[in-house]
Design a protein around this ligand. Structure first.
Ligand code: PMT
Length: 399
């Protein structure tokens, strides 16, 4: 069952949102509703609760479940968000990133596709500022459900009426229909394993060696694969990121644990993508007690970790093996060398010397190096978009 999060803001058209909740529920969607304070001047949470059969969210600080942050969890839960009615005020706040209540905080904290159904007085709607805000949001990927012409509560007969609930349901149905066909993919039903994040190599109970990987690149790839219908296992080192929806997430700490968990799954995988920044070295000895400081310098002896990608390359059956290469110089040469040495099918290189991409950034810029010497550059962009471009490139080549 698809999840719809309906955000109701403060205009007289809020009464239509009750009908919209009912129509969405009847169409087979599970609906949760957020009401702004101003919306509650027109309609009550109880009306929406009774129809949606779910709790209604009104206050960012009323955290009912200590296991989650509500305004983040709600956005993650939703397959689609609808703001209906959307006032000029909410549209303006969203366009500049203001998050001062439950609805705007949720909208700012989500990457879920959001539909906005404005409702307001015609002059407010046509006001240059409102139109500018709408254009900004459209160019950022928000989809607008245009208001219709008709009798407005202010007495005008003009454009500004919130679109009729049945019409909104049909827009949402259409979106899901198209979206389902879009995810027709060669990864559908395949087993995919992705590694992500750093590893942590312990020196003593309080110290460790690690790196700056945030996990964003690997998590974006795992999410994109899941959306294309793959059965995804994500083996991740420690990160601040939430588990992607529908992905089997295995959290590990050290390179050794990452190796062991990856091996557990390797035999059954069709494709493996290794975006993790695995430590090449680990302390030769892990101390049971905190190392005491002493005069003079300190030397810690390290030993090599297992090169997981190389091991997988050596023990490959039919798996398609994609590795990454984090380089700061001679990028192409080192990537080609890794392709051969690790028996990978593709190496994806990134210049981690550039601070605006690579480690811990929201963006990346990559080159895919294929075995047949093809090279494909992926231009700088958000990691979530880059992940899809990587998969688009692999779609036809990987089998
Ligand atoms: O996590 P983010 O903050 O989003 O950053 C993304 C990233 C920069 C970490 C990612 O894009 C990336 O480049 N990942 C690979 C980092 C790395 O360790 O590269 P490497 O050149 O050292 O290793 C080459 C390949 O061998 C990698 O696929 C790596 O996972 C693998 N490897 C390395 C060492 C080791 N002991 N075992 C391995 O499997």
């Amino acid at each position: 069952m698809k999840h719809i999060l309906l955000a109701v803001t403060g205009g007289i058209a809020a009464y239509k949102a009750i009908d919209l909740t009912s129509k969405l529920t009847q169409a087979g969607y599970e609906v949760r509703v957020m009401l702004s304070n101003h919306a509650q001047e027109f309609v009550t949470p109880l009306a929406f609760q009774s129809i949606s059969k779910n709790p209604v969210y009104t206050n960012t600080f009323k955290e009912e479940n200590p296991q989650e942050i509500q305004h983040v969890a709600l956005g993650d839960w939703a397959d689609v968000i609808i703001v209906a009615p959307a006032t000029a005020n909410t549209i303006a706040k969203l366009s500049v990133g203001i998050a001062d209540d439950m609805i705007t905080s949720t909208l700012l904290a989500t990457e879920t596709q959001t539909f906005i159904a404005p409702a307001m007085n015609v002059h407010m709607y046509e006001n240059k500022r409102t139109q500018h805000n709408i254009e900004t949001l459209k160019s950022d990927g928000y989809q607008f459900i245009e208001p219709g012409d008709g009798y407005l509560a202010c007495g005008y007969v003009a454009k500004g009426r919130m679109e009729e609930p049945l019409q909104i349901v049909s827009v949402i149905n259409q979106y899901f229909n198209q979206h389902e066909t879009q995810i027709e993919s060669s990864f559908k039903g395949k087993n995919a394993l992705v590694t992500a994040g750093p590893t942590v190599e312990v020196i003593d109970p309080v110290r460790f060696v690690s790196n700056r990987s945030s996990g964003k690149m690997g998590f974006a790839i795992a999410t994109a694969l899941q959306k294309r219908g793959a059965n995804v296992t994500l083996v991740s080192g420690p990160t601040q990121l939430d588990d992607p929806k529908g992905v089997n997430v295995i959290r590990v700490e050290s390179a050794k644990e990452m190796f062991e968990e990856t091996l557990q799954y390797y035999d059954t995988q069709d494709i493996v993508i290794k975006a993790a920044a695995v430590s090449d070295y680990t302390p030769s000895e892990v101390l049971d007690h905190k190392m005491k400081k002493q005069d003079g310098d300190l030397t810690v002896k390290f030993k090599r970790t297992q090169d997981i990608l190389k091991y997988l390359g050596e023990h490959k059956q039919d798996q398609y093996l994609v590795g990454f290469a984090a380089e700061t110089q001679n990028i192409e040469q080192y990537a080609q060398d890794k392709l051969k040495r690790k028996n990978a099918d593709v190496i994806i290189s990134n210049n981690v010397g550039d601070k605006s991409i690579g480690f811990n950034s929201d963006e990346n810029e990559l080159t895919m190096h294929f075995k047949n010497q093809d090279m494909v550059n992926i231009k700088k962009g958000k990691k979530v978009e880059i992940a899809n471009e990587i998969l688009d490139e692999l779609e036809t080549r990987w089998q």
